[in-house]
Design a protein around this ligand. Sequence first.
Ligand code: HEM
Length: 490
Amino acid sequence: MNDCVPEPERAWTIGTAPGIFPSLSHGIALFRRPLAFLNSLPARGDLVEIRLGPRRAWMVCHPGLVHHMLRDTRTFDKGGPQYERLRAVMGDGVVTCPHAEHRRQRRLLQPTFRPSHVAAHTDRMAEEAAALCRDWRPGQRVDVSAAMLGLTTRLISRVLLSDSLAPAAAEEVRHCLAAIVRGLFVRTVVPVDALFRLPTPANRRYRRAVERVRELIDAAVAERRRGAPRDDLLGLLLAAEEEGGRAAVSGREVHDQLVSLLLTGSESPSMCLASAFGLLARHPEAERRLHAEVDAVLAGRPPGTDDLPRLAYTRAVLVETLRHSPPGWLFTRVTTRDTTLAGHRLPRGTTVLYSPYLLHHDAASFPEPGRFLPERWLRDGAEAGPHGALIPFAAGSRKCIGDLFSMAEMTVALATVAGRWRLRHLPGPVAPPRPGATLGPRALTMICAPRTDAPGGEPPRAAALAPAAPVAAPGPEHPRRDGDDGVHHA
Ligand code: HEM
């Protein structure tokens, strides 16, 4: 992580967001037009007051202040409406646990996400990616969002549970996840509990989805307890449970860690991949460069670990997708003691928010931030982004544990599909992605066109290609300042 600190001598500006609605307040703006609302805030100050329902909250708009907050995890702890809701789903696993619990949990889980462990999964990633597009037919319409979520759910459940989660159960997790992600977002931006206790169909769907994921995980754990030990994350947790002592893991924690890692490990990479295919179809020059690289490096064979560093443009496409449309776009924290930020006093219990999307669309850090330009990331040392403004995986001790894993799986998946297929938008305008708990296309259907120019490519049997449809990228309306930190290498 980059040590970007707020300059003490800088005259920070404190502001208030415009247009406070009675009772539901900025939650409505965040729900209806979240990206435009976020982009309007930096013009109001480095630290901007907003209202989430009855709550007063502060959006941190300067990268230096965001890094300060992400480094001081004791003061700015996981909390606020988002993490309060997430705790109801994930318990006190590594994603949601308070600072006091975090170091022990992170140490326990970290070995599974080390580079050598990630590398050991590359062949599996390549097999799954090849299987995903093997049966596509020229002209076929593919639900790209569902296909990518299916892929990433299978890959992460393999790391966590080997084959203890049957294909049908993994498919159910995928369905539940869609309901959970939708429900979490509205509960975050409109944190009025009474609304979510009402017996509406949406509330029932959300509760049922949360219960069902719990049941599926419990069934997988129970089956493993009856069977032989395996070398996966569940095996590691059960061994720690048996060992006892200071690093003891309870049965409850085994469950919470698995739910936490399964949900976070499937949703975000699938969103990034779907966004990347959507963006590539609208940027033929980037797509052409990607195909040229994949053909030159792989020549029609599946990618292996040694190929990943040579797929520099493929990686640049993903990094630019993470900048342009970061799946994790809005997060909350709570102050655990009275403190100051940007010279402003924040009492204990204050809700503070940060947004990778907001920082990534700062025109001072990323000129023409609404444009999709993978070339930004081809220069040596470019990946940190200017002044730490690139934070798709966050920073500090609560930085994403799955950054290496997801960069590897996404590189393999993108290279594999791009080696065989062009994905085209359906005719007509493409709707910009609507943010939920994550940002990305939730229902992206595209048309498959075989790459006849690829090594080993065959002529299409039934091509019915739709033209690429232009769409207004959800870009920011307000140019802004700079900041630093980056995306780690696969
Ligand atoms: C494109 C893919 C991904 C993106 C963009 C992403 C993004 C993020 C971000 C921004 C955070 C910090 C949240 C905050 O500050 O509140 C985070 C945390 C986390 N992510 Fe990811 N993530 C991705 C993939 C994964 C994968 C594959 C896993 C594997 C299980 C994973 C597991 C986690 C965990 C466990 C945390 C909490 C870490 C801690 O508090 O110690 N993520 N992720």
